[in-house]
Structures are given as C-alpha cells and as structure tokens.
Ligand binder design. Structure first.
Ligand code: ACO
Length: 331
C-alpha cells in the first residue's frame, strides 16, 4: 500500500493593523533604529490593540481566512492544534477558543507550547494524525500576542517581538509530497535563560510578582543567541545530510524569524544563496508561533509543486528542530 503523507494544502495569515516602528520605540526606551536594525534586522512589528482581544482572536482570523481560501467547510476539520506561548487563559486551551470562533464543531483541539519552535512541533504532531489515517483535515495555527508578555521598559526585549497569527491546512496524500522528514529537540536546562518567572503553579500571581514585573519574558539575550545560532544551523544541516539533500536541491529555507544574524548563519551553513531564504523579520519582528506560517503566506505565490523546503526554528525551552517539506501545489 502506498505511504500516506501529510501535505500542506493551504496557508493563511493575519496581522493586526497597528504598526509599532523603531522610531516609535526610540520614544519609549533608550534605543535607536540603527541599533535595532543592525543587531536584529527588525524595522517594525504589528501590535494587537483593543479591549477583549487576545491570541485566539488573531488565530481565528487566520483560520477563517484559511477555510475561505481553501474552500473548506469548518465541519470538515477533524483536528486543530494551536502553537502558542500567550494563551488567552491558562485554561481552556486557546485551540478550543479558536475552533469555537471559526465555527469548527466536529473536531478536537489542543495547544502546544514549544515557544518559537511551536509551529514545527505542531506540524509534526498533526502529520502523525494524518499519516495514521485518524484525521483527514487538520489545521495547525501559530498565534501569539507577544505584546501581552513583553516588558516595554526592557529595551533588549521590547524591540524584538510582535503579534500575529498564521494557519496551515494538512491533508493526506499518497504522492511524493508533504512532510517528508523532521528532527525535533528539547533541552530543559535552557529554561534558565528564557522563561516567564511567575503566573504558573511554581509561582502563582501575587501583588509581589506583579510589582517585580515577573509576568513578562525574561531573556538573557547573548547565551540564547549563542545557542540559537549554533543549534538552528546544525539541525537544518542535519536534516539535509540525513536525507542526502544538497544545497542545490533546496528551493527555500523558511527560518523562524528571531534575529537576522541567526537566519543568515543558518542559510550559510546550508550553502544557500540569500534569494532562497525567506526573511520578513523587518516587517513583523519575532511573532513566535506565527513566524513560519507568515513566511509561507507571504511567499505562497512563488512556491511551486515539488519545491524542497526546509523549515527550521529555535526557541524557549530550549526547543529546536527542522522539517523537510515537499510543496504540494502551485498557487
Ligand atoms: N538598544 C540599544 N542598545 C541596546 C539595546 C537596545 N534595544 N538592547 C541592548 N542594548 C545594549 C546592551 O545594553 C549592551 O550594551 P553594553 O555593551 O554597553 O553593555 C549592548 O547593546 C550589547 O548587548 P547584547 O545583549 O550583547 O546584544 P546582542 O548583540 O546579544 O543582541 C539580542 C541582543 C538581539 C537580544 C540577541 O542577543 C538575540 O537575538 N538573542 C536571541 C534571541 C532569540 O533567538 N530568542 C529565542 C526566541 S524567543 C522565544 O522563544 C520566546
């Protein structure tokens, strides 16, 4: 019997209208457009404004757009997985709230927390349900309202993050397309350098935790950078070696957008020219779970059936990984 693979059959994205520029940040913290651009590649990021609007709002907008453009009824969806570190609430899962908002009633849904690698962890998990025959149509949505956990008094962090959502549809195929291979890693000892101090069971919220500003991202940039730049490049090279893929076989690298220097190092390690590396960090910043689907959404018109695409990410946890995708459709 032919092997069943999970093919990506559609992508969509949603970004909030409000744009926070580097010039605007210069008025909030002691920073400069020159510093932000040269150290990170970021020029602007989108921020979700409005009372009562959380991560699920953006995720649902991306999912509704995905259903519309792929001509899929919400009733056809069997499973929805949401990759996020900024859930609307500790519980229920943001995936459930997105399903409800998008009219998805015949599915089960759950969240995955793998920070900036969340989308990769979710795609690989989703593909198991498709390959096993358990599910026919699965949505993976990466959505994060990073502005809700960003301390706008900490200059090394607040320049990095933005808000957005991206969604991907996965369906079975017996052709040689889809998720071909993946490598995922975690190293919990990295949590020392990148975490949120309070709000969980270890340190529940209190007046003290709020006063100490412990409900925001805590990041030690340089050690995280050092780890990220090595691990993301290593794991992208590893999946190429494992599958005997040469740089000329690769059509696109879709890197998580955390820092342009990390992206460039990964592209170089894979032997790719800059034209083959998707970069939109200058417009969105680091949107955590949303960066990879936002790239696929932005570049969808240029993707061709049969293109070999490497997705690669590194994030809090630490988590990192790569996925080899053979693109399944011409736009
Ligand atoms: N504006 C101006 N100066 C600044 C700013 C700023 N916004 N931020 C820091 N500086 C200063 C520092 O104070 C320091 O000054 P000093 O030399 O006088 O002490 C100098 O700039 C250099 O600071 P570094 O922290 O060493 O700068 P670095 O080159 O490491 O860049 C950055 C910082 C951008 C945070 C980088 O470390 C980075 O990208 N780290 C990795 C981030 C990442 O990939 N995270 C994982 C994903 S996030 C997730 O999973 C949720």
């Amino acid at each position: 019997m032919a092997q069943v693979r999970a093919a990506i059959t559609g992508v969509a994205g949603w970004v909030p209208p409000y744009i926070l520029t580097n010039q605007e940040l210069e008025k909030i913290v002691d920073t400069s457009d020159e510093w932000i651009t040269s150290r990170t590649g970021i020029k602007e990021r989108h921020i979700l404004k409005g009372e009562g609007l959380g991560t699920s709002y953006m995720g649902a907008e991306a999912v509704k757009e995905l259903l519309k453009k792929t001509n899929t009824s919400p009733d056809e969806i069997n499973l929805l997985i949401c990759a996020t570190v900024t859930p609307d609430m500790m519980f229920p899962a943001t995936a459930n709230l997105i399903s409800d908002k998008a009219g998805i009633k015949n599915a089960f849904s759950f969240d995955m927390n793998a920070a900036c690698s969340g989308l990769l962890f979710a795609i690989v998990t989703a593909s198991q349900f498709v390959e096993s025959g358990k599910c026919k149509k699965v949505i993976v949505v990466g959505t994060d309202k990073m502005s809700s956990i960003t301390d706008y008094t900490v200059r090394e962090n607040c320049v990095l993050f933005g808000d957005a959502a991206g969604a991907i549809l996965l369906e079975p195929t017996t052709e040689e397309y889809g998720i071909m291979d993946s490598i995922l890693y975690t190293d919990g000892s990295g949590s020392a350098y990148l975490h949120m101090k309070a709000g969980g069971s270890l340190k529940p919220p209190s007046h003290e935790t709020v006063d100490a500003r412990e409900h925001f991202i805590y990041q030690e940039g340089p050690p995280v950078f050092k780890f990220a730049v090595t691990k993301m490049a290593d794991v992208a090279a590893e999946i190429m070696e494992k599958n005997n893929l040469k740089s000329e076989d690769i059509s696109w690298l879709v890197p998580h957008q955390a820092n342009l220097r990390i992206i460039d190092a990964t592209g170089r390690r894979m032997g790719l020219s800059k034209e083959k590396v998707m970069v939109n960090i200058q417009r969105y910043g680091n949107t955590t779970g949303a960066t990879i689907p936002l790239c696929l959404w932005d570049w969808e018109n240029q993707l061709k059936k049969g293109d070999n695409i490497i997705l690669a990410a590194f994030g809090g946890g630490f988590t990192w990984g790569s996925v080899w995708v053979k693109w399944a459709y011409d736009s």
